[in-house]
Design a protein around this ligand. Sequence first.
Ligand code: NAD
Length: 524
Amino acid sequence: MTAFQNEPLADFSDSSQRTRFASTLEQVRRECGWKAPCVIGGQPVVTGRWLPSVNPAHPSHIVGQAALARSEEVDRAIACALRAQARWARTPVETRAELLQSAAARLRQQRAWFAALAVLEVGKPWREADADVVEAIDFLDYYRAGALELAQGKAVIQQPGESNRYGYVPRGVCAVIAPWNFPVGILAGMASSALAAGNVVIVKPAEQSPILASFFVRLLHEAGVPEDVLQYLPGLGEETGRALVEDPRVALVMFTGSKAVGLSILRTVGNPSAAQRFVKHAVVEMGGKNAIVVDEDADLDEAIHGVLISAFGYQGQKCSAASRLIVHAALYDRLVERLIPAVAGLRVCDPIEPRCDLGPLIDADAKTRVTTAVAEAAASSTCLYRSPPERLPAEGFFCGPALCAEVDPRSPLAQEELFGPVVCLFRVRSFSEGLALANDTAYGLTGGVYSRSPSHLKEAIDSFQVGNLYLNRPITGSLVGRQPFGGAKLSGLGTKAGGPDYLLQLVVPKTICENTTRHGIPLE
Ligand code: NAD
């Protein structure tokens, strides 16, 4: 088996790649209209209730419909998973690793198809859609290699007369509760890591992206992951998600999503029910209110480029996105003067078009939330830029980028995650004041600094309270194995997806001590 290497991203500046992807998009657009039932033990299960998944650029275009799992399906899926658990845990790690390798190979072949579906189901521009699928390939491959390493156990002290071993056993039934904003990458990361470590998995996708999830689960089954080891259970978070988290047979909850839901999961997990035979474990990754601090000596070209990518990539709907821009007073006016036209030049359109910089927001609620916040900001602070409505497509959940200045640092706009293309600007008198302001939120996911001063970069390394700190580069786009990803403070538990410690969350260490002195020959 080969060592892990990141999969290269597509190069859409190459016209042949552009032409091929455009034709895949057209093909997938024609195929839309799928039905995705629950899949329990490999069998499709229809529940009588369907949830439509729509194209956010054309909400009348139904990408597909997913079944809404009820408590019966939750119960059946967990029972099925439980029956497979011991067998999967005993399956040699090499076999599990081979299955993930085969899944990665299949996803490489179907990469453009999945990326095209991401454009249509969640409104990702081409590059973002490709990167999402590439991340999934990387996760499959990274955790495949990680599981083989984990299975070696760790060395412990040996003494004459005893043999000591230290290894890891899987936790059991794992509920993977995924967000819509990386509908392939994050879902693949959580599911493949849990499977690689020997857990049986129930996938509960987000309401907005169940079709991509259903095809990913199918791909894993086709790659050889046994049907009873992996179940697909689309449904509402408040129903299906909650039922999985509360069920006493689920040992491990892997969740990526909002702070409110993540904290509620931690509360549930912290209160074992009387029927529970173990302490549940939760891997919880949540939101961010990420800041970029621009120092007085920063390279403005680099800083503006980095802000555009970090704040407006995928319409600001990345947990890592920059939503606060903290600028030294010496540079503030010059930066603003250049940032406004740069933002105004971003193209907001249907992401099916290769020229798209910003596509639609994910759904009508997101559009209402973001437009209301921008309108309120315009009334109470200085709105430096907001997209004129006539520049937005008439149909779809489009919102366009916005820049707000003189925002009250204690206001919800400055403190709470909005999850859209809105940036609050702040003027500070020193780099230290900028860092203090950057740290002044409950979140701690990503952060960035543009500075040419080695001492200021060192100050940021020492005191910027984030899980992922980026110096003189954009703060989004972490790569598996290179920038292990995950937040601090109320952004997460410190488990780093795509990092060397991640699999440790998904197993329980086991110590075995054997007396190796001879006690005579046993009688037959
Ligand atoms: P969300 O919290 O609304 O939903 C996430 C998942 O949880 C969905 O599958 C949903 O159905 C489910 N869910 C909802 N209520 C539930 C409940 N009571 N019990 C169990 N499950 C429930 O988040 P979202 O809108 O899908 O995703 C966006 C959020 O995810 C943002 O806050 C973003 O910052 C965060 N995010 C974080 C990371 C990270 O790595 N830290 C990565 C991506 C997204």
